[in-house]
Design a protein around this ligand. Structure first.
Ligand code: FAD
Length: 371
């Protein structure tokens, strides 16, 4: 067994699966899982061995996130946002910041803003040069793990350069950072995604990640491929588990007066077949996207756009079908199918949203520039 799966498996069995229902019901942050993942080195999966990390890549991160999503969507999303932040820090952060991530310090992305909403590439927030560093003013709209991540990878308008944006490493406890109240969402209820305001929150100037004005390039080169694959992995894990639970239900429950099971109904089998096909198509597309990225194929950029849209939308459809096939039993919490249904709604509205991705894919197909 590879080292990341060996480190992950006992945490899945001992913490993630047993706690998933309570995390959803009480909107609890999956703190035990995050601590265990940090201690086992899984949060340092993308960090280089020279700073104490596992030195693995996007494919292994995908394998981790998909497995977690089978058990708990909230934990999978927290780990997804961590890996995205971690990748930027690994490539552009100081050695100390890289060591902290490798050692299990939780990271996240603070891109979305109240003013530009899902158009994360266009921050309205500002960064000004002041005597003791850089003063940030912002109204961030969603930050996963906002009360628990120790460092945010944060976007702002450039200080002086041209360009869409600049990225910064912002410690959560920076004076001037005001984190909103807890998350009460439809799904992913443990992901602690809240708004956050910054009022003259001052960080050292050397907390800049990459060059001034080059944040958009980092978003496109480092964050987008990783985020789209991992967000897609969340969707695949959720819909696969919903399909497995649906199969168990339809094979197991009986119409005693007819002496048969739900699986004896052709319409039920037909729907289950369509669910299975969507799961397998989505996973195949994700794996094709990973192959394209690893081989440097010309198709890689298009695949990255397609992978998230297809996986997110398929997860919505598959979990909707799971609710229908499992009938009233799914409407209650007994089967947990409704948790997967609710969790699966998030991916498609997380930026880049499915609609924006289809717009980008259409432009790419027509040979037009994306923005
Ligand atoms: C559970 C969860 C966790 C999140 N975590 C984070 C996080 O850690 N960090 C972070 O930065 N953000 C995070 N987000 C925010 C997310 O990435 C999006 O920015 C946010 O969901 C967008 O919501 P909105 O209401 O602002 O969308 P809006 O921008 O208001 O969009 C509304 C609708 O319009 C559509 N639309 C918008 N523009 C276009 C277009 N050009 N073409 C076609 N359709 C369009 C959208 O697809 C959507 O359906 C999170 C969101 C969720 C739900």
């Amino acid at each position: 067994m590879s080292k990341h799966i060996e480190a992950l498996t006992p945490i899945l069995d001992g913490i993630v699966r047993p706690q998933a229902e309570r995390i959803d019901r009480d909107a609890l942050f999956p703190a035990d899982a995050v601590t265990a993942l940090g201690d086992a080195g899984v949060l340092g999966l993308l960090s280089a061995p020279e700073v104490g990390g596992m030195g693995l890549g996007i494919r292994q991160a995908y394998e981790v996130v998909e497995r977690i999503a089978h058990g708990c969507g909230s934990t999978a999303m927290v780990v997804t946002m961590h890996f995205c932040g971690a990748a930027v820090i690994e490539r552009h952060g100081s050695e100390e910041a890289r060591r902290q991530v490798a050692g299990g310090k939780l990271a996240t992305l603070a891109f979305s803003e109240a003013g530009s909403r899902s158009h994360f590439w266009a921050p309205l927030s500002t960064a000004k040069s002041v005597t003791d560093g850089i003063a940030l003013d912002a109204h961030k709209s969603w930050i996963t793990s906002s009360h628990h991540a120790e460092q945010y990878v944060w976007s702002s308008q450039p200080v002086a350069a041209d360009g869409f944006c600049t990225l910064w490493l912002v410690p959560r406890d920076t004076p001037g950072i005001e984190i909103g109240a807890g998350f009460d969402g439809l799904g992913l209820r443990g992901n602690d995604s809240t708004p956050c305001k910054a009022t003259a929150a001052t960080i050292p100037a050397d907390h800049r990640l990459g060059e001034d004005g080059k944040g958009f390039d980092i978003m496109m080169e480092t964050v987008l491929p990783l985020f789209n694959i991992l967000n897609g992995a969340c969707s695949v894990g959720l819909m696969d588990e919903a399909t497995l639970r649906t199969r168990e239900h339809v094979v197991g429950v009986r119409y005693e007066h007819l002496d048969n099971s739900l699986a004896d109904l052709p319409t039920i089998r037909n729907t289950l077949a369509r669910m299975r096909c969507k799961v397998d198509q989505s996973r195949a597309l994700l794996e094709d996207t990973l192959d394209a990225l690893e081989s440097g194929s010309e198709e890689a950029s298009l695949r990255v756009l397609q992978a998230k849209a297809v996986c997110n939308d398929s997860a919505g459809e598959v979990c909707d079908l799971a609710m229908r096939v499992c009938g009233g039993a799914a409407f209650r919490k007994d089967l947990a199918v409704e948790r997967y249904f609710r969790d699966a709604r998030a991916g498609m509205v997380m930026a880049p949203t499915s609609d924006v991705l289809y717009d980008f894919i259409g432009k790419a197909v027509c040979g037009m520039s994306l923005l």
